[in-house]
Design a binder for this molecule. Structure first.
Ligand SMILES: NC(=O)C1=CN([C@@H]2O[C@H](COP(=O)(O)OP(=O)(O)OC[C@H]3O[C@@H](n4cnc5c(N)ncnc54)[C@H](OP(=O)(O)O)[C@@H]3O)[C@@H](O)[C@H]2O)C=CC1
Ligand SMILES: O=C(CO)COP(=O)(O)O
Length: 320
């Protein structure tokens, strides 16, 4: 099968490497001025992997789009709307786009599938690929389980059947809304986890895990999704790779933030927490953990005070 990957950062370069490894014919696209792209062109390596010679690299978007019927996108979530506007100017009818990103639009609170479909005016199929997985593990053949979801089971099945392997076992998603919210929100819980680590309160990550899932499940239910999705791979299943992982950029960002250290990599949860607070207002659902993360990141409140207050809130029944 022919596959195009748009975005050549950490995850995009992995998707190209992986699709090639399991036998697909792959083009990887990056922006001409991108340092990530230039490095791949010159050395075929980045800090995570080495790209085989038979993966074609291009900075010509028209060539990349034309090449394949299945197109993965792995860019920063906040850039998706502008990027979709660009794609919409190209001939993209009958393609299957797979959003391999975890975020919500900061200003609107919209899910990425909503953002994408608002901008694409032609008939395309859309799916998402989320769940736990780090490049550093996959390139060593360390397996994981992930989830593909879409509004059409035949598309979900086609993708699962075409991209599953011994290192990635896919599950068929059945709740696009729940999986998108869950995948985005786990990055915010990851930032909270990093803050706890940085403050020396790693012991509270169990409580974070229990209360984080409850909080996000409440939101998903209010939005019309299935609250149980939050206990699946897209959210709870991703805590191992985020809340508890040294590879996680979101967790590391949270830790660096409270230690007042710089951290340059993309931490999607920083923008997503603002989107979640919009949803909290729209759907009238209390999101105390998201609120605490936001108050530390954007309102300058003391992390220790906020996190301690969060877990020492008035006694309540655990089911709530
Ligand atoms: N298990 C999973 O499902 C994983 C999912 N992810 C998700 O993948 C997404 C990307 O993360 P990651 O790869 O770590 O991030 P990186 O910062 O490594 O890569 C982001 C890429 O997006 C590109 N980009 C940014 N803005 C634009 C734009 N306007 N037009 C085109 N390209 C653009 C960047 O281009 P440039 O090179 O020019 O800077 C860069 O190549 C995130 O949403 C993240 O949550 C990440 C890891 C694992
Ligand atoms: O989504 C991921 C792992 O499943 C990657 O998480 P980070 O972006 O926090 O590194």
């Amino acid at each position: 099968m022919k596959v195009t990957v748009l975005g050549c950062g950490r995850w995009g370069s992995f998707l190209a490497w992986y699709a090639n490894k399991i036998g697909h014919d792959v083009i990887l696209w990056g922006r001409e001025e991108s340092k990530n792209y230039q490095r791949l062109v010159h050395s075929r390596t980045n800090e995570y992997l080495q790209l085989p010679q038979n993966i074609h690299l291009t900075d010509r978007i028209a060539e990349a789009i034309e090449f394949a019927e299945i197109i993965f996108i792995a860019i920063s979530a906040q850039e998706l709307r502008g990027f979709a506007k660009l794609l919409n100017t190209m001939g993209i009818t009958n393609k299957i786009f797979v959003l391999c990103m975890k975020g919500l639009e900061m200003e609107s609170g919209e899910r990425l599938s909503q953002v994408f479909m608002e901008e694409i005016k032609s008939a395309v199929h859309l799916a998402i690929w989320v769940g736990p997985g780090h490049v550093q593990d996959f390139v060593k053949d360390i397996p994981n389980c992930m989830v593909i979801d879409s509004d059409h089971m035949n598309i979900t099945q086609l993708l699962v059947d075409s991209f599953g392997s011994e290192i990635i076992r896919f599950y068929y998603g059945q709740d696009l809304l729940g999986n998108e919210i869950g995948a985005a929100a786990k990055n915010v819980i990851g930032i909270a986890a990093g803050m706890l680590d940085g403050l020396g309160y790693t012991s509270l990550k169990g409580a974070l895990m229990a209360r984080g899932t409850k909080e996000i499940a409440r939101l998903v239910k209010a939005m019309g999704g299935n609250e149980l999705t939050i206990y699946g791979l897209g959210h709870l299943g991703d805590y191992e790779a985020t809340v508890f992982s040294n590879h996680s950029h979101n967790r590391r960002f949270g830790e660096a933030f409270v230690k007042k250290e710089p951290f340059e990599k993309l931490a999607e949860g920083v923008a997503t927490v603002k989107a979640l607070l919009q949803l909290s207002t729209i759907y009238n659902v209390e999101l105390p953990i998201c609120q605490a993360v936001h108050s530390v990141l954007s309102e300058g409140n003391d992390p220790k005070e906020q996190l301690i207050r969060l877990f020492m809130r008035p006694v309540k029944f655990e089911g709530i």
